[in-house]
Unconditional design. Structure first.
Length: 177
């Protein structure tokens, strides 16, 4: 018998002063059986950073031809492709060819540094790909925020992200690449 996804619900209030985006989102997040709480929360953080009325979670881990999140235009063209982890060069080239903008969020500091070094030439050729990297401490702290029902507030200003609930609040910064 196959394991089923664990469903998380999140009320996410976003105040992004960098993009002048202010909205609340009711999200249902399916955590794949092979996905850690930390990775799921990185997906939630990615949603907060790039929030838009058309940004959506995809099947993610369970499919090869979709990213973790994407934003499609009204004519079904991919405007934004968000990938977590350390995708292979072939996957990145495919994403860059299909989407206007591609964002990769790496979250394992040691292996992410090795990946970036290996991908340096490929990334230089893909002008619509941006790589952002989270520290291990930030990812672990995000994992501690995970609950089946979450009510989170996110504030983004000058590249600094504040994320929390009634009991804990995190300050997250992306590492320099």
């Amino acid at each position: 018998m196959a394991l089923k996804a664990t469903i998380f619900k999140a009320e996410l209030q976003i105040a992004d002063m960098d993009r002048h985006y202010y909205d609340s989102h009711t999200l249902t997040i399916a955590q794949h059986p092979s996905e850690t709480a930390e990775r799921m929360m990185v997906r939630l953080l990615a949603f907060a950073l790039y929030a838009n009325e058309r940004l959506a979670f995809t099947k993610g881990i369970s499919t090869d031809d979709e990213p973790d999140l994407w934003q499609k235009s009204l004519s079904d063209e991919i405007e934004l492709w968000i990938e977590l982890g350390q995708p292979e060069e072939k996957r990145l080239r495919k994403a860059a060819g299909r989407a206007e903008q591609v964002v990769v969020i790496t979250y394992n500091s040691r292996s992410a540094a090795v990946w970036r070094n290996q991908m340096r030439d490929a990334l230089a050729k893909l002008s619509n790909v941006t790589v952002r990297s989270l520290s291990n401490d930030s990812v672990e702290a995000l994992g501690r925020l995970a609950q089946r029902n979450m009510n989170l507030q996110c504030t983004i200003q000058d590249g600094e992200i504040g994320l929390g609930d009634d009991s804990q609040h995190l300050i997250i910064r992306f590492d320099a690449i």
